[in-house]
Design a protein around this ligand. Structure first.
Ligand code: SAH
Length: 472
């Protein structure tokens, strides 16, 4: 270890920065998180620096760094974007007895600034002694994701509660209490009531742990997105990491299920567009049962839980059983499919609305507002539509839709095996029947892949100018 990590007391002490451009500003962003007094010297300060000075956040001296400027300074940063100037500043600052960092010059610096994850007062410093900045950034990103934003607040309030928590026997019981506080109770309380709720939450939590009462169950109805684990929300990831029980649809990809806590019970509810292997009533009963037994259940649904996934029935079952629940939105298949073919779901001059329809409902093929859908310039994301393609095509054409209307079927949107099949309404059923489709398929009606757009016939004008009169 060539560099020894320490946390330096800087409250009220001077930190001097020499430099007036982007590099200096970048350093200031992090320095301004401290309680130090910051002085910046620059003959040509950027407007943002002047603004910071006007706001009283820094002292700006509008000239180059000179002898004596680093006297009594705890730290000095040479951030001039000019090696010769940095060397001059460093020499003078050292003569004043200061510790000097030259930005991007590890060799000549007396200290380096680590990558920081800031959950003040919890601060994590990551350094690689210049060996692998990429690694430092990756570790930082990982920790940023893993540690709730509320952690800092929670730690500050928690510190004052340490004495009270000694009512719990030392060891496992006390550790469980704190883990429950930092990773369960505190993030929830901060989100719903802000920091003000933390004191009460701590007392309540302590009472609960003292009584050793089984924890209250809850069910989070979580969107798993279209399949790519990277399209999960941070919240979904965190909940998966904590859940005791994960009840998932068949559409949820294995890569996402791998993110569940190792001890979690995984239950495949097996629901698909057609023919669920577990009835909705069974799924509801399962959630209620685990919730009542005090489990934290994640009900993981493909895409967004609020789109064609019988969310209300599940919420009603939970409410009837008095079990706490929440909805965590996810990225829906339409968004992923549109992204996959390089298209926007709405576009000025093309379509000012987007219809989200299903090709199938509990009674079979779903009836829709076919007349509205058949109108030129309509764009619709048709879920569960592949098997009903012939029905959809027939209905739309019967209502006067142009057979040349583009339709793109996207299979396995966002997944490595994603495939898009561009066709027209007139050819839709024949095209899909000729394909072997094994994954989930969404039909983007009225959209063709961006690459095919140039060849597009009217009535799907691609430029605003074409439809000027409609917008006049
Ligand atoms: N709640 C889900 C939709 C559930 S209905 C969401 O918001 O995406 C199931 C249908 O969604 C499938 O039949 C298919 O039409 C569509 N779908 C889900 N994931 C998909 C994917 N990765 N690629 C293409 N279509 C998908």
């Amino acid at each position: 270890m060539d560099h020894f990590p320490i946390f330096l007391a800087v409250e009220g002490r001077r930190i001097v920065v020499s430099g007036g451009g982007e590099t200096a500003l970048a350093k200031l962003r992090i320095l301004l998180k401290t309680t130090a007094r910051i002085t910046v010297l620059s003959g040509a300060p950027a407007p943002d620096l002047v603004k910071l000075a006007d706001q009283g956040k820094i002292t700006l001296i509008a000239r180059a760094f000179g002898p004596g400027d680093a006297l009594c300074a705890a730290l000095v940063y040479a951030a001039n974007d000019d090696a010769a100037e940095d060397a001059r500043v460093a020499r003078l600052a050292r003569a004043d007895g200061a510790l000097v960092n030259i930005v991007d010059n590890l060799e000549d610096s007396a200290f380096i600034t680590p990558a920081i994850v800031d959950r003040d007062p919890v601060t994590i410093a990551i350094g690689t002694e210049g060996a692998a900045p990429v690694l430092a950034r990756a570790i930082k990103a990982d920790l940023e994701e893993r540690l709730p934003v509320s952690l800092g607040l929670a730690a500050r309030v928690g510190k004052a509660f340490r004495k009270a928590a000694e009512a719990l026997p030392m060891g496992r019981k006390r550790r469980d209490f704190w883990a429950d506080y930092y990773f369960n109770a505190a993030p929830k309380v901060v989100e719903t009531q802000g920091a003000a709720g933390l004191d009460a939450a701590l007392s309540e939590l302590l009472a609960k742990h003292l009584a050793d009462a089984p924890t209250e169950g809850r069910v989070d109805l979580v969107g798993a997105g279209p399949g790519d684990p990277e399209l999960l929300t941070l919240k979904a990831r965190r909940l998966l990491d904590r859940a005791d029980v994960v009840i998932h649809d068949r559409l949820v990809s294995p890569g996402i299920l791998e993110l569940a806590r190792r001890e979690a019970i995984l239950i495949d509810a097996g629901k698909e567009g057609f023919g669920p292997s577990m009835t909705q009533a069974q799924i509801c009963a399962l959630m209620v049962d685990h919730g009542k037994r005090g489990a934290h259940v994640v009900r993981l649904k493909g895409g967004d839980p609020a789109i064609f996934s019988r969310l209300d029935e599940e919420i009603e079952a939970l409410e009837a059983a008095g079990i706490a629940w929440s909805i965590v939105p996810g990225i829906t298949a339409a968004s992923a499919a549109a992204a996959g073919i390089g298209q926007a779901l709405t576009k000025r001059g093309r379509n000012a609305s987007l219809r989200i329809v299903t090709g199938h409902d509990m009674k079979g093929f779903a009836e829709q507002d076919w007349r509205g859908l058949a109108r030129p310039g309509t764009v619709a994301a048709i879920y569960m539509g592949a098997r009903g393609a012939r029905f959809i095509q027939g209905r739309l054409m019967m209502h006067g839709a142009d057979p040349a209307t583009p339709v793109t079927a996207v299979e396995n949107a966002s997944r490595p095996d994603m495939r898009s099949i561009a066709t027209t309404l007139g050819q839709l059923a024949a095209t899909l029947e000729a394909e072997v489709l094994t994954g989930p398929v969404i039909l983007l009606y009225g959209l063709c892949p961006r690459t095919a757009e140039a060849a597009l016939p009217l009535p799907h004008p691609t430029s605003l100018a074409d439809r000027k009169e409609e917008f006049a």
